[in-house]
Ligand binder design. Sequence first.
Ligand code: KG4
Ligand code: ZN
Length: 341
Amino acid sequence: MATILGIESSCDETAAAVVRDHTTVLSSVVASQIETHAPYGGVVPELAARDHVNRIDQVIDDALAAADVELSELDAVAATVGPGLAGALLIGMAAAKAISLCADVPFVGVNHLDAHAHAAAIDTGFEPPGVALIVSGGHTLLAEVGADWTFDLLGETVDDAAGEAFDKVARTLGLGYPGGPVVDRLSLGGDPETFRLPRAMLRDGFDFSFSGLKTAVYQICKRAERDGVLIDEADLAASFQAAVVDVLAIKTLRAADEVGARSVVVGGGVAANSELRARLGVDCDEAGLELHIPSITLCADNAAMVASAADRRVAAGDFDPLDMCVEPSLRIGALPAPPGV
Ligand code: KG4
Ligand code: ZN
């Protein structure tokens, strides 16, 4: 039974958590940087790194205290090593390595995308194999999850991530940052049939494209402004959200069918979207698939998923050297190559 301290700092959340035995969360602390980045309408990498520096020690102390666990009781310390913002990743990884050295605790580097899939294991009981839809502010991808938690990429976005499209549409509509939750809420009062918006690459393979959809929303707003026409923002938000959800759901179900999966696991910030959760619920039910979507707090970036993702390697005594580097563009299922390779 392994007790693992997880650390997450790949983007705009500084997080630490203590997880025992893959799925028992003893503590999970997340310090959000939304207030830092909101004035800019998106994450500013340098500000993210500075915020991580200021908060990481306290967040780790709080996670250990809340779990009532001493450093000496840890079997490993795990940190996200990619993908993400280089400067942001470095802070969490450096903290983990410092703990590893000072407290003589083995270090494990964790892939952030793998970790989003592990989040479902924590509170839905997901066990591979299956198909994973990872959908966040930085990524949108489908992968086959092997019985031993390996990941084979099936397709990914060729331009914007789905969450990025939510954030940019929210900015166009003047709704603030982050856009996903606001668009989600606004859509509840809108009619998704009002605007016919593109569903790019719907029938082509498993890649995604959301940039044309974002531009279509922008053009509708600009045209309305030019013509002095008032548009119902709730209708536009609902139409946009319906287009994103349509593409995500249709491709996920097709991927599950193609690889013969019986389970679908979903992770990443956009997995918090109410329409996506409802639609996948209906579609998976009809197709006889088990659907695993974590609770809202575990969909967003957190460190419990990082500690959980490290569990199998810790159990096998498979640790990483302290000269491991971060890799901002790490692919799902991969870890950074050793320095110099
Ligand atoms: O996984 P995450 O916390 O960070 C990344 O790794 O990117 O995802 C953040 C993204 C943001 O783009 C945010 O707007 C989106 O998730 N998001 C949502 C919702 N809640 C957060 N998108 C749609 N609907 C939501 N309810
Ligand atoms: Zn994420």
